[in-house]
Each structure stands twice: as C-alpha cells, then as structure tokens.
Design a protein. Sequence first.
Length: 338
Amino acid sequence: MSSNQEIVKVSSLPFKDVIKDFSEAFNVELKQVCSEYYINLPDSVGEGEIRGINFSNGLGLIIYRCTFNKDCEIRFTKDDIHPIKYLYTVDGPIEHEFSSESNTHILKKNKCAMVASSNNGGHVLRFKKDEPSYLVSLEIDRKKFIESSLCELEDLSPMLKDLIIDQKALKSFYHEGYYGLAFLNLFNSIDLFTDKKLVRKLFLESKALDIFVNQIELFEDDFLSNEQSRIFRTNEIEIIEKTGEYIINNLSEDLKVSDLAQKFGLNKNKLQQGFRYFYSMSVKEYVIHHRLVEASKLIRKTELSISEIADKVGFSNKSHFSKSFKNFFKLSPNELRD
C-alpha cells in the first residue's frame, strides 16, 4: 500500500459482507440497525461513513459520505457476476473503472453513470484526498430483480431491458450523463431522514425504487433531441441563473419565452420547469414581477413620468401596466408616487 494512497479490496457481494470488508480494511466496528449496515471512518483514514442496505426485490443502496485523508481506491474483486451499479455523484468528483479495463470514467458533481461489468469482472472506485465525497450507488441484483419484476420489464427500452436481463453478464455497459432535479430531492430526503428500524428500511426501499424509476426516464430522455428532451438536468441550473440575470438586466426588451429559450439553448418546457423549480414562478411571471419591482423603484426615486417608466421596464400597454401594478402593490402608480 502506497503511503499516498489507501487501497481497499472488497471481495464480497452481499451488502452485509461488503460493509464488513470495509470495517476490516479500516479496522473499525461493523455497526448494524436491523437490515442496514454501516461503518464510521477512523480519524486515521478520514471522516464520514459508508452505509449499505439491500431489499428482497433485488435492489440495494450503498451510500458513501466521506472525506479521505489520502487518495482512496476501492477495488470490488469478487470472482462472480457483479450487480449493475447506478452511480450518482452528489458531491465529488469520483472516478470509476472496470477492473478489466484501463479507461477511467470521471464522474463530476451532479453526474451519474449506469455501469455493468462483463463476466466476473469487478469495479474500481477512486475518491480524491481531502475532497468531500457523497456517492449514492443503487445496486441491482439482476437475478432477484427479474424474479420480482419480469412482467414489468417488457415496457423498458430494448437497450435497458437487455442490460437487466443479461444475468450472465455477457456484455459490459457504461452510460453517463447529468441527473435531473428529481434526484436532488431524492438524495436530500435520504440525507435528512433519521428514523430508525422498520420505518427507515421502508423509506429507503421506496427511495431505491424512486431512483430506479427516475433513472429509466432519465436514460430514455438522454436519447431525445434538445427540443424533445423533457427532464431538466443539474448541469442546466447555471442556464436558469443566467437567464434570470439577463431578464433583470434587459427589462425593456420584448422578453418572449421562445426567444429566451433559443438564446440560452434550452427548449421552452425545460426553461419553464427550471424557473418554476428555482423561482416558484413561470418565466412570464418572473418577467412581470421584476418589471413591477423595478417600476416601483423608479417611481420613488426618479422624476420620470409614469408613461416613461412603463416604457423603461417593458410595458408597451400603459393601462395594462397600471392594472398589473395595482394588483401587485395594492396601489396605483400615481398613489405610490403621492
């Protein structure tokens, strides 16, 4: 073991034994609350925890919330067919490799990957020194999952169906992208939920299913054109911020949703979705809100006429401006000035 790197070998597949391997590698106590197993990292290794739980339907979760003192490499080496992994980097970056390949996949913050090794090949995960890491890994035991959901698999896209029914792991699979806003809510709820025992197990099982279902929709959305795409992604958050700033700085312009969508490279539906999520209003409502707020400032602080102010903030129809202003402030523009 290099003095600059921590190498951990996980030679088990059932989650209880996976977490046990971590406890032995880090020389810490294996803790258990009913079906959930976890360890706390020792100070000599870093800080944080690794938790694991599996469910009767073939799904399971391993959650890494860690900051390591050294670069840490986790090698999943069990000589058996490994579960499919859906990896979600809530905080990172994290690196992934198939143990039989040399190609490194870098998963930056807010990215996700669907990974499946071929035959009995394993996986390698790498965590950077002093980098807070939060990785959610949804693990899918194909045999158990098929037994519980064979009929429902018929509705999946051919590529996704082939991945899940490949019980002998004849092919490796890798697909990555940015996850949607729904996942932010899911991971936040997992992070905040503290109830124990049965309630927690049922809660985590429901969240594992939510992640699985949302990933199906995300995967299918990945193959749609920009105009057809329906799911707002985490890497598009910055676009909403820039669009909002542009609106505030250009209130006198004709700010149509279609023009804004084209200017910033999102389709109209996703632009609206982003505004409703971050500002709790549609694009049009956001524009009107900031026009009226700016108008109230100009009324109080300048000698411009009400008509000039209406023009300056983008209202071409003066009666519409007055009506909107009164509905918003419960005062007419002239009453505010007086």
